[in-house]
Design a protein around this ligand. Structure first.
Ligand code: ADP
Ligand code: MG
Length: 410
């Protein structure tokens, strides 16, 4: 007989308890019920399929959009003793993995959506015992989402071919439209939706107009000794700022997609191992990086969306200890955003305008920042959180410039 779920939770993962909705989601999966779990970054989505993969007979097929993400997860899963493999273009052990799948020697098999939807892969699954389909980053299936990946649309026929295999879709970011769309696209009934709270109470939010950014960031870095991430908007700014901030003697590195892959990997590994490093990075940095003790995240300019901001700032304080998220913005950010919108296809302009207006509301409010974030995700928070700049020191007079609106309505 297999050990029960609490025993597996402890013996495999070393956790004494589930967090938040994990228990509910795992329970549904074990009962074979189709589920869409909306859980914030850091909430522990992986466990929701990794634990069942150890408890169920057969292999859990995990669909994931990025090879780097898959390989991080693979390493972590193998490290705790799960039998995990992937079938991607960079894997050399395809034959062995296929044999292991057929012989029932795999708990987890990671694949990209384009591979999962192809006939040879479906054929392989027919010869194996499949216990669960887990679709990670499921917002990619929706055009309403902020990261649409057409390949995710091809998954449905695969899922439907195995009607007895439960499906679990997971994502951190999905507004009401996107949620509904994910349910429809993946064939999950409405009552399969599980939403966990989006609040990250240990993160203190603070927003500042840019006013000598380099000095502002130097002060911030000096005041926060723990590991931190500074998000910049361009690759060039990343390297320049890293150099400037490094002059204080603090260990600082840069990360962006244009760096040599070996340098990138080295910098990322150094950051994960460090207790005081500052990473100056574009948003290419962070997805799938599990560093629980990041003490601050700073945005040197306006993020792309509230979803992006929530996800990036959410990389702070995953260990539950106090952390801060600072956002520095200027009117130019909105002017640039408006410029970008003008160059877009007519059909996309309205959505982009809404995205920027939501950011305008966040940076210009004199009320609780957390309330604005949480309302964006459909929650009804109390009017004051006690842990953002506006709640901690209410602005003396309301700033009536309304920059965002001005720049958007012209
Ligand atoms: P997500 O995919 O939702 O962003 P992860 O699956 O990467 O989150 O998990 C985030 C962190 O939380 C990981 O370090 C993981 O080990 C930890 N974690 C997950 N579940 C638990 C739990 N029940 N108790 C303690 N830590 C947990
Ligand atoms: Mg994840």
């Amino acid at each position: 007989m297999r050990p029960d779920i609490p025993t597996l939770l402890h013996d495999i993962f070393g956790f004494t308890a589930f967090r938040g909705v994990q228990e509910q989601v795992v329970g549904r999966v074990m009962a074979g019920q189709p589920t869409l779990a909306i859980m914030p970054t850091g909430a522990g989505k992986s466990l929701c399929y990794q634990l069942p993969s150890a408890a169920l007979d057969g292999c859990c097929v995990v669909v994931s959009p990025l090879i780097a993400l898959m390989h991080d997860q693979l390493r972590a899963a193998n490290a705790v003793g799960l039998r995990a493999a992937s079938l991607t273009s960079v894997d050399a052990d395809w034959r062995e993995t296929q044999d292991r799948l057929r012989n029932g020697d795999l708990d987890l098999l990671y694949v990209a959506p384009e591979r999962a939807s192809q006939e040879p892969f479906r054929n392989l699954l027919r010869a194996a015992r499949i216990a669960l389909f887990a679709i990670d980053e499921a917002h990619c299936v929706s055009e309403w989402g902020h990261d649409f990946r057409p390949d995710y649309r091809l998954l449905r026929p695969l899922l439907d071919e195995f009607p007895d295999v439960p499906r679990l879709a997971l994502t951190a970011t999905a507004d009401a439209h996107t949620r509904k769309d994910i349910l429809v696209q993946l064939g999950i009934p409405d009552d399969g939706l599980i939403i966990s709270g989006f609040d990250r109470p240990n993160i203190r939010y603070a927003v500042h107009p840019r006013d000598g950014l380099t000095r502002q960031l130097s002060d911030l870095v000096a005041a926060n000794p723990g590991p931190g991430v500074v998000y910049t908007q361009t690759r060039a700014a990343t390297e320049k700022l890293a150099e400037t901030l490094g002059r204080s003697g603090r260990s600082v590195r840069a990360y962006h997609a244009g760096l040599d892959p070996a340098v990138r990997a080295r910098n990322q590994a150094a950051f994960i191992a460090s207790e005081d490093m500052v990473m100056v990075a574009t948003v290419a940095f962070g997805m799938g990086i599990d560093k629980p003790d990041v003490r601050f995240v700073a945005h040197a300019g306006l993020p792309k969306s509230i979803e992006g901001y929530y996800q990036e700032s959410g990389r702070a304080g995953r260990d539950g200890e106090p952390a801060v998220a600072h956002l520095f913005w200027g009117a130019e950010d909105f002017a640039r955003a408006r410029q970008r919108i003008m160059e877009l296809d007519q059909s996309r302009q309205q959505g982009e305008r809404a995205r920027i207006a939501a950011l305008g509301a966040l940076v210009e409010t004199a009320t609780c920042r957390r309330a604005i974030l949480l309302r964006h995700f459909g929650e009804s928070p109390p009017p004051s959180c006690g842990n953002c700049d506006n709640c901690l020191s209410p602005p003396a007079s309301v700033d009536a410039t309304e920059t965002a609106r001005k720049y958007l309505s012209a």
